[in-house]
Design a protein around this ligand. Structure first.
Ligand SMILES: O=C(O)CCC(=O)C(=O)O
Ligand SMILES: [Fe+2]
Length: 316
């Protein structure tokens, strides 16, 4: 496969069973083959998207000392600001050429989870930043819920299989700024090759060149979305659950050619996580007869903890 397939979520939401079936088939095939799909018909409005870009550009333009106030010790980078160069891909030493912000879950009806998750961090300099982030978070979460319903049907599970695991899930909305490049980077890239940790990722901002996806033949394929599309991909948690039937594909963000070094890249992934208790044990019917499970049993919470250590975001 040398390009990323496209699907329209309104087909899944329509009352036409043939459109719904076709959506399930197309997204299922895309996730079994290349692990990525471009999705239109989601719940984000153009106004919300432009407001979010406006706010995050204003945030990353704040003086470094102001941004540093929001990099709070002990949160493992799970909320607030993470400064330039801090996170590295699993297995690498060089930090990625990026700074980012994390919005987390807004729990209102579960005191135990409210206790478990760190509070969101409020940016006092920008009055609309937090509200716009919260609305985007909730619209992407709703979009992801329907995508997971389609995948559940593709996997011969109950349509609502994931619903209980993603309600109040530990998802993260991560606006990223890749600043202009000023000197020849030695080994560092904007985002080194990696697989995402979570169930699925919904990415805003894959409209310019930069994001590349590794196909089965080991070739890097450009992943460029149309303005109204989100790029969606399978993360490692969903690969584990399906014994690699759905592919968590390795991807990277390459540095631009020299004539474009002076430009920033902004992208905004939403990493859909379940609650920590969700078992990621391979589904028995995804393990073919005579095959063995590719992964040890583990919960989502334990797996996330392991990976945050490997990414340099927490110590132990
Ligand atoms: O910036 C992008 O386009 C992709 C970022 C990404 O893959 C990630 O943060 O996991
Ligand atoms: Fe990623």
């Amino acid at each position: 496969m040398t390009s990323i397939p496209s699907v329209d979520l309104t087909d899944f939401l329509s009352n036409d069973p043939s459109k719904k079936t076709k959506f399930i088939e197309d997204i299922g095939n895309a996730f079994e083959n290349i692990g990525f799909v471009a999705l239109s018909g989601h719940f984000l409005s153009d106004t919300l998207v432009s407001q979010l870009y406006e706010e995050i550009k204003k945030f990353f333009d704040l003086p470094q000392e102001t941004k540093n106030k929001y990099e709070i010790e002990g949160l493992g980078g799970q909320r607030g600001y993470t400064s330039f160069g801090k996170e590295h891909a699993k297995g690498r030493k060089e930090g990625d050429l990026k700074e980012f912000w994390h919005f987390g879950q807004y729990v209102t009806d579960n005191p135990a989870l409210k206790e478990e998750y760190p509070e969101n961090v409020t940016v006092t300099e920008l009055p609309r930043f937090n509200a716009v982030g919260k609305e985007t978070y909730q619209m992407l979460e709703k979009t992801a819920q329907y995508v997971l319903r389609a995948l559940a049907l593709h996997l011969d599970l109950e349509e609502t299989y994931f619903d209980v695991w993603i309600k109040n899930g530990n998802s993260i909305l991560r606006p990223i700024h890749y600043p202009p490049i000023t000197t020849e980077p030695k080994n560092a890239v904007r985002a080194a090759a990696h697989g995402d940790i979570n169930l699925i990722t919904l990415l805003m901002g894959a409209h310019g060149k930069g994001l590349q996806v590794k196909n089965h033949q080991g070739e890097w394929v450009d992943a460029i979305a149309k303005p109204d599309q989100l790029m969606i991909n399978v993360g490692d948690m969903l690969s584990r659950l399906t014994n690699n039937r759905l592919k968590s594909t390795i991807h990277q963000v390459v540095n631009p050619p020299r004539e474009l070094w002076n430009t920033s890249r902004y992208s905004i992934p939403f990493f859909m996580h379940p609650i920590s208790e969700m078992p990621l044990n391979c589904l028995p019917h995804c393990v073919a007869q005579g095959q063995t499970k590719a992964y040890e049993d583990i919960t989502a919470g334990e797996f996330l903890h392991q990976r945050l250590i490997e990414l340099g975001l927490i110590k132990s």
